[in-house]
Design a protein around this ligand. Structure first.
Ligand SMILES: *[C@@H]1O[C@H](CO)[C@@H](O)[C@H](O)[C@H]1NC(C)=O
Ligand SMILES: *[C@@H]1O[C@H](CO)[C@@H](O)[C@H](O)[C@H]1NC(C)=O
Ligand SMILES: *[C@@H]1O[C@H](CO)[C@@H](O)[C@H](O)[C@H]1NC(C)=O
Length: 326
């Protein structure tokens, strides 16, 4: 009697998870106020990029508002010597951070072409040295060179094993998302997205990428232009009602997602060469496409000497929105 009335009360009090509510809407009206332009060489990934501060980014046009869209690109006019710190580019980090929620990026354009390019749109906390509880990363849009499928990596600073409900795990990766659990070349949980989700094929077909981070699961969706759920234009989107199958859907196994994934800043950066794009330039695993196209193995010289190749190496955002459960 007592038990059943408690149960009745509990199920009355908690009918379902709270609805998502709008928290951030970053767009042409407020973008520069919400991001910090990091002014430094790319010391992070041995990349061939010199990130510029906001004043230079705006005066040189690397960052600008274009027809109500936020455009973030790289220098496509000047040449750079291979011994310089690299092609001028941007690296933005949101001032705000979040733990849980639904992050929705509406792209008018993602970076294309350019052998040597390595663009990324991702969320992360923590610089090196990596310490438990102070490092989390999820790569939302990332790949290099002429690849045409997006990849998603999840990294934590502590052991974090997952169950895969949906997703195409990169074969050499594991289901423990610890950043170095399996040696330097196989850390993190990385997934290959469907072909067409990176580079020009994305621009031809796709528009929106959504990331849901919650204690009970994480999901990532890619929406084509004609697939964007109508409720994403409302104040209360409901991912559970979406019919599109996510690219990745993972649930916790040995891991407390809420502890392992938190205090995310949004980062938008475009680098060149470095540890991924540079090594991939002539990588036989990808048929050495860039070495073939450019007739060289020297990524830095190619990137330094071919400014006009990077005229379309830019992000253009309609908006980046964050929703959280009330
Ligand atoms: C841009 O963001 C602002 C602030 O969040 C919001 O008031 C405005 O409606 C947004 N503009 C568009 C076109 O969605
Ligand atoms: C962007 O910067 C971060 C360091 O904050 C680095 O780890 C990452 O690899 C860089 N990625 C690109 C594509 O520039
Ligand atoms: C690609 O070429 C560069 C320069 O010759 C070399 O340093 C690098 O090891 C090569 N990488 C691969 C994967 O072959």
């Amino acid at each position: 009697m007592y038990t059943s009335s408690v149960l009745a009360l509990a199920s009355f009090a908690i009918p379902s998870l709270a609805a998502y509510q709008p928290v951030w809407n970053y767009n042409a009206s407020n973008f520069w106020d919400n991001f910090n332009f990091i002014d430094s060489a790319d010391i992070f990934t041995r990349g061939f990029a010199q990130y510029v501060g906001i004043d230079e980014a705006l005066s040189s046009g690397l960052a600008k508002i274009n027809n109500g869209k936020v455009r973030l690109g790289v220098d496509s006019k000047n040449t750079y010597s291979a011994t310089s710190s690299g092609r001028k580019s941007i690296r933005l980090q949101s001032w705000g951070n979040f733990d849980n929620g639904l992050l929705v990026a509406d792209f008018a354009h993602v970076p294309v072409q350019g052998c040597g390019m390595w663009p990324a749109f991702w969320v992360y906390q923590g610089e090196r040295p990596i310490t438990p509880g102070a490092y989390s990363e999820i790569d939302i849009l990332e790949n290099v060179n002429v690849h045409t499928a997006n990849t998603h990596s999840f990294y934590t600073a502590e052991k974090c094993t997952i169950d895969i409900q949906k997703g195409n795990l990169v074969p050499e990766k594991s289901t423990n998302c610890h950043w170095e659990s399996n040696g330097p070349s196989s850390q993190g949980c990385s997934f290959n997205a469907e072909d067409g989700t990176f580079n020009q094929p994305f621009n031809d077909q796709y528009k929106v990428i959504a990331l849901q981070v919650e204690s009970e699961r994480m999901r990532i969706w890619h929406f084509k232009k004609n697939e964007v759920p109508a409720d994403l234009n409302s104040a209360n989107p409901n991912p559970d009602a979406w019919t599109k199958t996510p690219t990745v859907h993972i649930t916790p196994k040995s891991c407390d997602f809420h502890k392992a994934f938190q205090r995310f800043h949004i980062i938008i950066n475009i680098t060149f060469c470095g540890s991924w794009a540079g090594d991939d330039f002539n990588n036989t695993n990808y048929a050495g496409q860039c070495a073939k196209r450019t007739a060289t193995n020297d990524c830095k010289s190619w990137v330094g000497n071919h400014p006009s190749d990077f005229a379309n190496t830019y992000f253009e955002f309609n908006s980046i929105k964050l929703f959280q459960r009330a």
